[in-house]
Design a protein around this ligand. Sequence first.
Ligand SMILES: [Zn+2]
Ligand SMILES: [Zn+2]
Length: 205
Amino acid sequence: MPHLRGYPMALGAFKYVFCILFFGLAAPQNPTSMNNSAVIIPIGGIDRATLDNLATILGKRFNLPFKVEVPMEIPDYAFNSDRGQYNSNDVLKELRRYKKRRVLGIIDRDLYVPELNFVFGQADLQGQCALISTIRLRQEFYGLPEDDKIFFERTVKEAVHELGHTYGLRHCSNSKCVMFFSNSLPDTDRKESSFCKSCLKEPAE
Ligand SMILES: [Zn+2]
Ligand SMILES: [Zn+2]
């Protein structure tokens, strides 16, 4: 099971929120310049059925239609050959170029931020952009038999969790809530893909 072995650097001028799932940075909102739609940006090849099913579920969770956009190329500029991973901060920066109400990037490569061994995802707290990596959500990553159902459920939870941060939600102590801080994949598997009552009460935007 993956564990958080790295530690974040001291807080700087930015507002960071930590979790094993993400490493967030507040970004200013500028609603007037934003198109009203929400998009999923596949980065590299991602299975189309997964994307379409994810878009449907996210649309319901956030009461906002999500459209699957044209895929972005695998970001070579973000690749760190020493680590064999992609720098999540660099990919997120690229996603911020999409002027949409919500942007979810999804990549099937391993992500990291310099302070941590890897990240499952990252989001701009109260911003527009979130990014998830699906590679560590696969059973086969851990030498187990492939399981599409588990993989898709984890992908949905990751996506809803990271997008939840863009709505300003912090981690929740309810272990069934999607905003629960997962320490491990079993934690992720135990929680649900929906918000608990108290998270639902938070202001939406
Ligand atoms: Zn989180
Ligand atoms: Zn909650």
